[in-house]
Write a protein that binds this ligand. Structure first.
Ligand code: NOJ
Length: 567
């Protein structure tokens, strides 16, 4: 194996499949593994290097599968292990790698370990795999302390015998005790299980939460909110009992030994919503190798914000001696076509506008879809020209917007379930609506299910999905899908083969413009320019490889990007 092969992930374009909502091959209204296999040709034609599948394991699906009941099997509603093997073989045959999701912070309360913990009672080795503590009050009727779960409500749940267990997420997601050696061994078994079955890499869920220090002081002495919301970002110091603790890195150094048992070594990317200056540790080569940089997913449409995000990402990459990642959307944030279509406020609390807009079913602010589309196209070129990996989220290649008006009764996200109607947040279902494959809605699901006779999609699709269906966009050169394919093909042919991850800022138009230079495989230099400002900007002399919008008198208009190959 060559080094180049072992390093396939360093500048890969990874496509995130949210399996329940990708394609439903068996007609039960839930996407499945066979549905991914059926669409491998579509993904290969798109031009991605790898697919990452969000959890498809047996699960009560309280949190979209991030509540795992068995880490080494496939949920019967989504298929079988043989279906996984076929899918992995098809992906590999088409030249794509396969990344699976590991959820090590918590198990479903349906996991056999949790059931055993309940049955075995206080003080048992079974309970020690989780974080059980006695309640306060005469009969343990009060929670051990005031910590809140990320999804709302208390982070402790009583089990009826005076003990309570910790759940940083939903009640049905019990936090594991990473001080217990059995937990370590079991996850290493899981990593080997999927590696042996053809997984090329792993995405690690809430990678910054595993190590907890909750006993170094009496539980009630911890503040109720030790900055624990993963979206709020932890204080990133070792005073925080729950998030981003220094000991978490020991776990990943241990996992690195497992990854390196394979040839090429298995790859991992951590989901760690930590301060940018703390990201690099997770990404270092003796740990996971890569970590998500979510700064793009938080920024509003301002040149200075994106420039800062790029600088921070490159800085983290340099410190970790790895590459960084660029993410505009995933299954946890409102779709970026909508974020860029809503009012843009510099340095706003990220997602607040979209969250408010969702709460009122999309009625509080005007969603300027033309602006959203323009900016999404511009953002794609800005992103794809950068050194590092790019993570795409299913449906963004179609230019899908967030679905704002899912009826409250149809919502599945526990974030929404935790809140009373109207007073909190609507959650993440608006970006998880089943994809439209055909514009014809003859059987009521835009081709989401293969069989003609099928159940309704698990989340309702809006009528406007018809314009964004794959069959419509495939036939339209001006569509988002055609634009993604063209840009991905250029990146693959001209940018990545150099193996060079350097970037030089082009300061000529700083201000409203984000412009940078990269070496191209044919010896020329790429200039990527994005114009955020109202005044059209002159392009440097060279060949325009691709532009996200038509040039105006040869100049780059507002909300547009271009790639120019200069001699
Ligand atoms: C992060 C996942 O991306 C999200 O979807 C999930 O709800 C939490 N982790 C808890 O597992």
């Amino acid at each position: 194996m060559t080094n180049a092969h072992a390093d396939w992930w360093k500048q890969a374009v990874v496509y995130q499949v949210y399996p329940r909502s990708f394609y439903d091959a068996n007609g039960d209204g839930l996407g499945d593994i066979a549905g991914v296999t059926a669409k491998i040709d579509y993904l290969a034609a798109l031009g991605v290097d790898a697919i990452w599948l969000s959890p498809f394991y047996p699960s009560p699906l309280i949190d979209g599968g991030y509540d795992v009941a068995d880490y080494r099997d496939v949920d019967p509603r989504l298929g079988t292990l043989e279906d996984f093997d076929k899918m992995a073989a098809a992906a590999h045959a088409a030249g794509m790698k396969v990344i699976v999701d590991i959820v090590p912070n918590h198990t479903s309360t349906e996991h056999e370990w949790f059931r055993a913990a309940l049955a075995a009672g206080p003080g048992s080795p079974e309970r020690d795999r989780y974080i059980f503590r006695p309640g306060r009050g005469e009969h343990g009727e009060l929670p051990p302390n005031g910590w809140k779960s990320t999804f709302g409500g208390p982070a402790w749940e009583p089990v009826g015998d005076g003990e309570w267990y910790l759940h940083l997420f939903a009640v049905e997601q019990a936090d594991l005790n990473w001080k217990n050696p059995e937990v370590h061994e079991d996850f290493k078994t899981t990593l080997r299980f999927w590696s042996d079955r053809g997984a090329d890499g792993f995405r690690i869920d809430v990678a910054h939460a595993l190590a907890k220090d909750i006993d170094s002081r009496p539980l009630e002495d911890w503040p109720d909110d030790p900055g624990q919301s993963c979206l709020a970002q932890s204080g990133s110091d070792d005073e925080n009992p729950l998030w981003d603790r220094p000991e978490v890195h020991d776990i990943y150094r241990e996992w690195r030994q497992v990854f390196n048992e394979y040839e090429p070594a298995r790859f991992a990317v951590g989901e760690a919503w930590v301060a940018p200056e703390h990201q690099w540790m997770y990404a270092s080569t003796d740990e996971l190798g890569q970590v998500f940089n979510f700064e793009f997913a938080k920024k509003n449409w301002f040149a200075a914000d994106f420039r800062l995000a790029i600088e921070e990402g490159l800085d983290a990459a340099e410190r970790s001696k790895s590459t960084t990642t660029w993410v505009l959307s995933n299954h946890d944030v409102p779709r970026h076509a909508t974020r860029f279509a809503l009012p843009q406020v510099p340095s706003s609390t990220h997602h607040q506008i979209a969250t408010d807009w969702l709460l009122r079913d999309g009625t509080t602010y005007y969603e300027d879809r033309e602006a959203g589309t323009r900016r999404s196209r511009a953002a794609l070129l800005m992103e794809l020209g950068l050194p590092g990996s790019v993570y795409l989220y299913q449906g963004e290649e179609l230019g899908l917007f967030e679905v704002a008006d899912i009826p409250w009764g149809a919502l599945e996200d526990p974030q929404a379930q935790m809140t009373a109607h109207g007073d909190a947040i609507k959650g993440r279902d608006g970006c998880r609506v089943p994809l439209p494959w055909t514009s014809l809605d003859a059987t009521g699901d835009f081709g989401f299910s293969g069989p003609a006779d099928h159940a309704a999609p698990h989340l309702p699709q809006p009528a406007w999905f018809a314009q964004f269906a794959v069959d419509v966009e495939e036939g339209d050169e001006a569509s988002m899908l055609s634009f993604y394919r063209a840009a991905l093909a250029l990146r693959r042919a001209l940018i990545v083969p150099t193996g060079d991850t350097s970037l030089a800022w082009d300061e000529a138009n700083a201000g409203d413009v984000v412009a940078y230079q990269r070496p191209l495989a044919d010896g020329r230099t790429l200039v990527s320019m994005t114009n955020f400002g109202a005044t059209p900007v002159a392009l440097p002399a060279g060949e325009v490889l691709i532009a996200s919008a038509e040039l105006v008198d040869g100049k780059l208009p507002q909300d547009a990007s271009a790639w120019i190959a200069c001699a």
